[in-house]
Design a protein. Structure first.
Length: 332
């Protein structure tokens, strides 16, 4: 796919941001018999999986596993806390990417879409009855809607170029287009530009140009968290995390580390954020970090026993904020 086909797809840029980590496995060994403690190893079946991490105990559980190549980083929990929605490839090309749902206990995997289009980045409606998603059914990615069972698929919005990075809270949908954050009501009215980053669209060596990406609405809809690519002069790109009021006022910097980082997600209380650091300088990481909503107490929550070739993507808080669902990849 040509370089500009990735312009608005920050999530995919973070996934392919380059040269990941060493292949050594870090295991906590039992001192008596030199065998791994079952609680201190990550379950490993297929190359990709959906996992849940208990923040208090650091115990991790595998919910779903597959060897299918490729997936998108949008893993979303419905407002009832019962189902996750995600997208993954079922074949070799982008057009085989389909939307799936699965119960949070790992049961009842269901395909929601089944077509020859590139369907990705799903987001639940607040009542769990509908799913917004991206689909390339014409010349670029546009925002589509469907019922949660896959029926009534229809285009919701087309800016005329790539639309990406959607999220939904209350009656508002936020998304990325033209390297800026936008919002629109879920009835199609009230299109509003939220951010206007300086030098938006300026390319460097990174997979995306300068701009704002991956907006996520706080559950009450009052604030948006997003990442800003501020320096594209390196392969990974230097990003920082910001919040802004949903009316576009009070843009606030939360980080100033210039890591390759983003895909932030709010806790259901609205007090905390979880996100991924995919690289620090030239070193690949793919670790999960948490911080308070004002940027304080920023720290790595990835357990030390996680193997160095186990990459974490798309963290999402459980309904009671005690656990984190995430996508894991075993990097061979």
């Amino acid at each position: 796919m040509a370089k500009r086909a990735w312009v608005a797809i920050a999530v995919l840029a973070l996934i392919i941001v380059l040269a990941i980590v060493a292949a050594s496995t870090l295991l906590n060994m039992d001192a008596n018999n030199n065998t791994p403690d079952a609680q201190d190893t990550v379950p490993h079946e297929g190359k990709y999986g959906i996992y849940v991490l208990d923040l208090a105990t650091e115990k991790v559980e595998l919910l779903y596993s597959t060897d299918n190549e490729g997936y998108t980083s949008a893993l979303r929990l419905n407002s009832q806390g019962e189902k996750l929605v995600f997208a993954q490839k079922t074949g070799a090309n982008d057009e085989s990417t389909e939307i799936f749902t699965i119960n949070v206990d790992g049961q009842n995997l269901e395909g929601v879409t089944d077509n020859s289009y590139w369907d990705l980045y799903p987001a639940w409606s607040p009542d769990g009855m509908r799913i917004a998603f991206l689909s390339k059914r014409n010349n670029d990615l546009d925002i589509y809607m469907m019922n949660a069972d896959g029926s009534n698929q229809h285009m919701f919005y087309d800016s005329g170029s790539h639309d990406a990075d959607i999220d939904w809270a209350g009656n508002t949908i936020v998304f990325t287009s033209g390297h800026k954050i936008w919002s629109i009501k879920d009835d199609g009215a009230g299109l509003t530009q939220i951010t206007n980053p300086a030098n938006a669209g300026q390319w460097g060596q990174a997979n995306l140009p300068i701009g704002d990406y991956d907006p996520r609405l706080r559950p009450d809809g009052a604030k948006i968290v997003f990442e800003k690519l501020e320096d594209p002069s390196t392969t990974h790109g230097s990003y920082n995390i910001f919040t802004v009021n949903s009316d576009g006022t009070q843009e606030t910097r939360l980080t100033n580390t210039n890591y390759s980082q983003g895909l932030a997600s709010w806790s259901h209380s609205g007090d905390s954020l979880v996100y991924v650091v995919s690289a620090i300088n030239s070193e690949g990481k793919y670790d999960m970090y948490m911080m308070e909503a004002d940027g304080s107490d920023n720290h790595n929550v990835t357990p030390e026993y996680f193997a160095s070739n186990f990459l974490c993507y798309s963290p999402k808080f459980s309904l009671d904020d005690s656990e984190i669902y995430f996508v894991g990849q075993w990097y061979e």
